[in-house]
Structure formats: C-alpha cells, structure tokens
Write a protein that binds this ligand. Structure first.
Ligand code: SF4
Length: 213
C-alpha cells in the first residue's frame, strides 16, 4: 500500500475521502495526477496499486518540468526508464487506464533529453497569470507577454501569438525541450483534431500578423 512519509495523516485522509466519494452510485470523474521525478521513480508502481485499491482510477503521468528551460537545463534526471515500462506493464495487468502510449513515449524522450517535435495544443487557449496580473503563455516559455490588468492586453496577446506561432507546429525552440505531454497530445486519437484546431488558429494568427508588424 502507498503511504506518504511526509504528511501521512493528510494523505490517508485524502485516500479515505476518495474511497467515500467513489462508493457513491453517482460520483464525479476522479483521476490520479502523478508527476514523475527523481525522488519517486522507484515507487511509481505503488501509484498503480493505489489506483487498484480505489477501483481502477485513471492515472495521468507527466514528467517533472524544469521551469523556463525544460530538459535543456543542466539538471540531471536520474530516471531509470525501465521503471516507466514496469508501471505500464503493471497497469496493463490490472487493466487500469493510464496516460496513452504516445504520451509515455514523449515523456521518455524528455527524460532522455531528446528533441521533441510535437505541436502544442495548449497555446492560444491557456494563459498563466501571476498574482500581479503578469501573463505567461505557458509553463516553459519564460516570457511575460503583458499584464491582464492593462487595457492593451488583448493586443499584447495577439502580438505574442504572432511572435510564437511556430508553437502550433512544434517548431519553436523552447518546445523542443518541453515535456508537457498533456499540452501536446500526440495520441493517435487526438492528432487529427489538434492539427485541424491548430490550422484554424494559424489562419487567425496570420490574419493578425499584418496588422501588428
Ligand atoms: S510545447 Fe511549447 S508552447 Fe506548449 S507548453 Fe511546451 S513550451 Fe509551451
């Protein structure tokens, strides 16, 4: 059984709470979100055991992100990739749904510090806003594109979209080192959808390009 070494009381309460929710006839969808990092790679299988204990809750894995630089930093990943394969095998054995195999491959590439070329779906639809209103387009491109509290923000956002439009095809330099698999969705099921959505977005951005530059 999985247990938290840091806050066991809080962790156990959360698990008990989840069990109560899941025992109801009608309950919201629940998933386990698990960030893979040096410190937990040797215990990942216990997450699958926890899911089994909860009746087979979906598990979404993502790699730890190095803010602003992705896998391009000097940080040494101490990740044994065979541990990820073991987790996938165990989940398959228990018939537990986890992150798609395409995204697992993206995660492995990230840990191997290989170049990743997969379009980003998050771009144009997600913004990160600091308490002061400063806006970043995403977790990895470490640039403030404007301030949401300023009246000029709509225009500032459009300018940033134009400047970073290579994101839509996965060919922006920062995207090569970004492991955010859930914002890229390389899954076969989504690929066509992402390409179509990004084409519409690109047409929109190109229509704005003339007015800004
Ligand atoms: S793929 Fe590119 S745009 Fe998307 S989150 Fe990563 S760095 Fe940001």
């Amino acid at each position: 059984m999985i247990k938290s070494e840091i806050y066991p009381g809080i962790f156990n309460s959360a698990v008990e709470g989840l069990k109560k929710i899941i025992s109801k006839d009608k309950h919201p969808n629940i998933e386990i979100d698990c960030t893979i990092l040096n410190e937990n790679i040797s215990t990942l299988e216990s997450i699958v055991e926890l899911s089994k204990e909860l009746g087979g809750v979906f598990i979404d894995f993502d790699p730890v992100q190095i803010y602003g630089v992705g896998n391009n930093s000097n940080y040494k990943f101490n990740i044994d990739l065979s541990s990820i394969d073991k987790v996938v095998s165990l989940a398959n054995k228990y018939n537990i749904e986890i992150t798609s195999k395409e995204r697992i491959e993206l995660i492995k590439k990230y840990f191997k510090k290989e170049k990743i070329i997969v379009p980003c779906y998050s771009y144009c639809k997600d913004l990160l806003i600091s308490p002061k209103g400063e806006v970043y387009t995403c977790w990895t491109i470490n640039t403030i594109i404007g301030n949401i509290l300023n009246d000029s923000f709509a225009k500032d956002w459009e300018k940033a979209l134009v400047k970073n439009k290579d994101v839509l095809t996965g060919h922006k330099k920062e995207c090569y080192t970004c492991g955010f698999s859930h914002s890229r969705m390389p899954d076969q099921n989504y690929k066509k959808y992402v390409q179509e959505a990004n084409k519409i977005r690109l047409d929109y951005i190109l229509s704005k390009e003339k007015s800004h530059f």
